[in-house]
Write a protein that binds this ligand. Sequence first.
Ligand code: NAD
Length: 379
Amino acid sequence: MAKPLNIGMIGYGFMGRAHSNGYHRVNDFFDLPYRPVLKAACARDKDKVKAFADTWGYESTETDWRKLIERKDIDAIDICTPNNTHYEIALAAAAAGKMILCEKPLSMNAPEGLKMAEAVEKAKVPNMVWYNYRRVPAVTMAKNLVAEGRLGKIFHYRANFLQDWTISADLPQGGAALWRLDVNAAGSGVSGDLLAHCIDTALWINGGIHNLSAMTETFVKERKHQLTGKMEKVGIDDACTFMCRFDNGSLGLFESTRYARGHKALYTFEVNGEQASVKWDLHDLHRLQYFDHRDEGQLRGWRSIHVTDSDHPYMGKWWVPGLQIGYEHSFVHQVADFIEGLGTGKPAQPDFRNAYETQLVLDAILDSAKSGQWVDIAK
Ligand SMILES: NC(=O)c1ccc[n+]([C@@H]2O[C@H](COP(=O)([O-])OP(=O)(O)OC[C@H]3O[C@@H](n4cnc5c(N)ncnc54)[C@H](O)[C@@H]3O)[C@@H](O)[C@H]2O)c1
């Protein structure tokens, strides 16, 4: 019989919903030592958080996250709020001995991220960061193929994350729904919001980055701020491109933007090795493209693998071979892995320490874009 794991959720937006769905579904499909109980939801607006709690089945609500953290009946704090709140909430939650599941990017910058990692380590509380794309079965499979050495020596890693929703200069910045455009709430633009995912996946699949050279651009320099009503300077990067050298000697190329007309959330990556290559596309997330040079010459070509068989990662827990799953399942898998880690004592990754590695790369990107110089990643 699974023991209860009492969740205190902070934030009821996009991620508040995605995580709540993960908590609801996980024990229906995975055999786990704990069962998440949606104990309390917290956000500043009393009526809105009550409506969210009613929809998703939370037992109670709070409007001050400090009160939530003080509660004895909460085991784990889930941070689903804008980036500038992660640090303060995580430090308080660690001091109160709560487990912490924090949304990405871990922090506004690397020094903050380091303090967060140190705080959870000192408090010895289980912790995890929601880099959920690791848990898309086709992405997990790409990681496994590289780790098994099937690609041989890796030469290239390239990734894109392209969107088009901020092209209009009339779009305001700041406040509800638009905090991502306000540097004081987000910390950075597409680098921390989108490239953070690409970097996490890359570090996981291809290992550490040695150094990089980046450029960023802010195409719309001023936007009206939703909270002040005034035109204010835009401090985020609207677009970011960087090239890098990985510790294993391979070369990396990364691009993200919110100005690629026609693209809504085109996250793609490709890894080229001496023997084989893999590539993946979020818009076709249940497929992994694989090319193996060792195949017989006349039949050699890209295979489009439908990652739905029971021997594919996570898929044995779902339907029958051939039936695919989607975006929301990556969060179900992440909850499952977190809980399994609680049971085995082998924590699910990325934990805060691991996600701090991504923060170091993100800081190096902004440093390089500012100085125009190559920057070594601090180790
Ligand atoms: N893993 C992913 O793929 C993914 C996707 C989207 C967002 N995110 C991350 O999740 C976090 C939240 O993003 P989102 O898209 O859900 O945002 P959102 O704007 O949809 O929701 C943010 C929520 O935080 C609440 N909030 C803000 N300040 C608060 C405070 N001081 N106290 C309590 N509640 C507060 C808001 O009321 C809202 O409910 C961000 O860090 C973001 O980078 C991750």
